[in-house]
Every structure is written in C-alpha cells, then in structure tokens.
Design a protein around this ligand. Sequence first.
Ligand code: FAD
Length: 516
Amino acid sequence: MRKCSNILIVGGGTAGWLTAAFLAKTLSTNDNNSIKIRLIESPEIGIIGVGEGSFPSIRGTLAAIGISEARFIRECHATFKQGIHFCDWVRPAGADSHLGADHYFHPFSQPSQRSDTPELLPYWLHGLAGKESAFAQAVTMQKRIADASRGPKRSSDKDFLGPMNYAYHFDAGRFALLLADHARELGVQHLRGNVDAVHLDETGTIASVQTKEYGELHADLFIDCTGFRARLIGEALGSTFKSVSDVLFVDRALAVQIPYAKPDQAIPSYTISTAHKAGWTWDIGLQERRGIGYVYSSRHSSDEEAEQVLRQYVGAGMDHLQARQLKLQIGYRPTQWIKNCVAIGLSGGFLEPLESSGIGLIETAAYLVSFLFPYNGDFEPIAKTFNHHMNERYERIVDFIKMHYCLSQRRDSAFWIENTANNSIPESLQDKLRMWRSRPPSRLDFITDLEMYPPSSWQYVLYGMEFSTQLPANLIHPDQVATALQEFKNIALVAEHALKDLPDHRQLVDHFCRKA
Ligand code: FAD
C-alpha cells in the first residue's frame, strides 16, 4: 500500500480553503511534515459566495487553524451572532396576537444548569417561570442581551471566549479570501486552473486529474470541493445524490446586499428568519450592509412572486437593486468518500441555510479527514467511518430543520399544508415528536457525536414553536420546586447586571476592527 502524503484539493470556496488550512495546520502537527497539500481552483468558475451565518463551532475551528478573532472580524466584516430570531413561523403575520407570540428565539447559550439546581425544562413546563414566559427567555439571559443590542462578550475577554455562546455573521467572499491567505501562509500550494477530466485506474481509484494549465496532476488523496458541480465525487465517480426535496421543499434563493442608511446603524446580533407563504427570508447584519435573501420552493411559487416577496420585505432599499438567483440542490450523497476521493462542502450535500449547517458540516468533514487521516494509504475503513458519520449527521439535520416547518400552525398556503402533512415528515422525526408529547427531550435522545445541534437547540425550537408536552409527574421533585423558582428569578437578575456589563454590539465590533 502506498503511503498517503500528497493531497490535491479541487475547489477554492469556503470548503476548499477551510479544509486546506485545517489540514495544513493539523496534519503537520502530527509530526508528519512530508505531507504536501495543493489546492487548484478554476479561474472561470466563481465561488457560490453566500453563506453569511455560522454556528458556534466556527470559533473552535478558527482557533484551531490559528486565525485571531480580531483578524477574522476585521477582514471578513464580521459581526456577532447569538442565535436566530424566528418571525411568523408559528402562524402567519397578522394572525390574532391573542393566540401567542409571532416570534421566538433560538439562542446559542445552553439553558442555565448549575450543579445545585435541577434541569429547568420540566419546571418551565410545569409553569414555574410564569405562564407567559417563553422557554428561551426563562432559561437563559441571552435573548435579553441580544434584544438590548448588547454583544455576547466584553472587549477584554480572551479570543473566542465570552459569557454568552456565540457565532458570527460575515462576508462569505472575504472569508474565502482570508482562508486562502492563511492556508498559503501555512504552506498550501495554490494553483489556478480548471480540472477538465478525471482519470481513473483499473480499480476505480483516481489516478490523476487533467488540466490545461498544469497538465496531469497526481495525488494520493483528492478532496472534491467543487461545489454543486461535484466534479470528482459525482461526475467522475458516480456517487449518487439523495434528494430530500420530499421533506425540505425550498430549492431556490434570491439574495441581495443592502447598504446601511447610516454608518453607525445598530446591528442585530442574531439572524432574522421570517416565514412567508412559500419559504422564508434571512436578514443578516454585517458591518456596512445587510445580507438579505429569500429561500423558496419553486413548486409553490414562481420566480416573479418570489421577487415580489423579497422586494416587499426589503422595502425602498431594494428599488434600484437586482437580486441574484441561485438554484439549490437539497440533499446529500450518502457516500461522500470513495477510494481516494472525499467530498467536502456543497459537493457532498446541502440542506438549506435555515440553521447554518453548511459551514458546520465543512468543519466536521475537515476535522474527520484530519482525525482519520489515512497516513498508510489504507482508505477503505476510513471511508466507511467517514461515510457513516456524515450520513448520520445529515439525517439528523434533516429532522431538525423539518421540525421548524412541521410544527407550524400555518395553513395559509399549499407550502405550509404540505409541510405539516405527515407524509412529508421523516419517520425518525415523527418518532421523536411522539415521544416528546409525553415527556420532554432528554440528552438520552441524542448521540452527541452524530449531532450538529445540541439537545438545547431542539428544545428551543420545539417549545418556541409552541409544542405541547404532557409532563410526567416524576420529573417534578417537590423539594426542588423552590430551587427551580429561585433559579428562574436569578436568571432575570443576572441578566440585569449583564446588560450593564456587556458592550453595545456595534461598539464591540468596532473595538475588534481597531485591534492590531
Ligand atoms: P463553492 O463556493 O461553489 O466553491 C466551488 C469551488 O470549486 C470554486 O472555487 C470553483 O472555482 C471550483 N471548481 C468547480 N469546478 C471546478 C473545476 N472543474 N476545476 C477547478 N475548480 C473547480 N452555509 C452556512 O453555513 N451558513 C449560511 O448562512 C449559508 N447560507 C447559504 C445560502 C445559500 C442561498 C446557499 C446556496 C448556501 C448557503 N450556505 C450557508 C452554504 C455555504 O454557502 C457553502 O456550504 C459554502 O460556501 C461552501 O461552498 P463550497 O466551497 O462547497 O462551494
């Protein structure tokens, strides 16, 4: 078996450069300096250039590859993201407000859990936090902090740490450029050329790729980061694509960038996701502009209707702007690693951007390639392990995203009627929801290593969507009721202090931009 020491990454979007930087950093620290990493990207095919919301795992990834928080924020025009604010997902805009709130929050911070207090969820379900108190509001102070335009950390806090859990919003094009600079600094060789053909040997292993610019390029491991084209894993190796469009309906996106009217405009530290009749809009605040997009189902809306929805959402700011349209393939390849080729990024799959799973999945895949790295050239067992992990993750993310749709009380369009019909809900999700009707979700429902989203995320969405759980009596311990009640009060009290302690979000961002 030939040693694996020569890696060729094809594609220079977020997936390609993030993988390049991660492998350059982590494989070389494995005391194996002879590994050579090259990345080839087409000068003709651009990157997708969207993907402005991230998940808190990004902080660990940036730290691992050695990019400082200040450099990232400055160069990617980044802001902080403390969660997602969902509007009109439970019922349509303008529905009777007596029915409940028209919005809910999915914060990144976990529910408060001190060693001397019980888990708060059963006590919240029991009504101890007050009938009107939303779950996310009762169990963490993050919503109050985000609502008050405060950042998740103080400027004196160490890189990537703060009292609140957080991720970022950033300019996707700039992020790819920063990653590219950094990967080159770490020794990755950058080639500009087009892979025109892929040569397989008699065993179906990739022997080389053909380029006009450099002729034939050989490698031991090929990483396919060619985006939706999937030039290696799909076109050359024929890995099948499993569409999940029967579960997740959106397949088009319209995106625009709207400059702020004033340079010092307040920036929300959360993504605003607003549901519409055939999809939803994202609204993300960066340093100098908002990134806004409408993701919709082409089965339920024409492109013209979609453009109207986006224009109505944005208002006058879009008068002279043209939205960019993107066609989405929603699904994934159950086999993402075949022989000596592994797919990372959109070439492996994409599950709509509702909970920013795209970059999170790239981080997971890059980590797995590094952790499982086939130094001895024995790809087979590693491919199996990789495929198992990624497959399981994708399935769980499908369930998590679908939960946002299928718990809706909206029935105002075919999109919502079909989204809430049982035949569009995977059995795995139906099973979970059935269990959670008679008891709240518990950590035992989740295999942490295969989940992108922690149990608390499921809980925030579930109860934000007004899901009803019959609470079993054994989950309430009479001698803990007073402690739980006190903890709900403490959370509100500590939030008051935190509001004074934490800086204004824009000022925090400005601080990082000025930092050397
Ligand atoms: P691309 O950016 O498409 O890059 C492909 C690369 O391959 C390019 O460099 C191209 O030149 C190269 N290439 C292609 N063919 C060849 C060839 N033959 N030879 C050489 N090079 C080639 N993710 C999130 O985490 N959060 C979000 O909020 C989010 N929002 C999204 C919104 C939308 C509408 C979409 C579509 C995606 C979103 N994503 C989001 C996903 C995210 O954008 C992608 O996961 C991420 O950008 C990675 O893309 P990529 O690098 O796989 O592909």
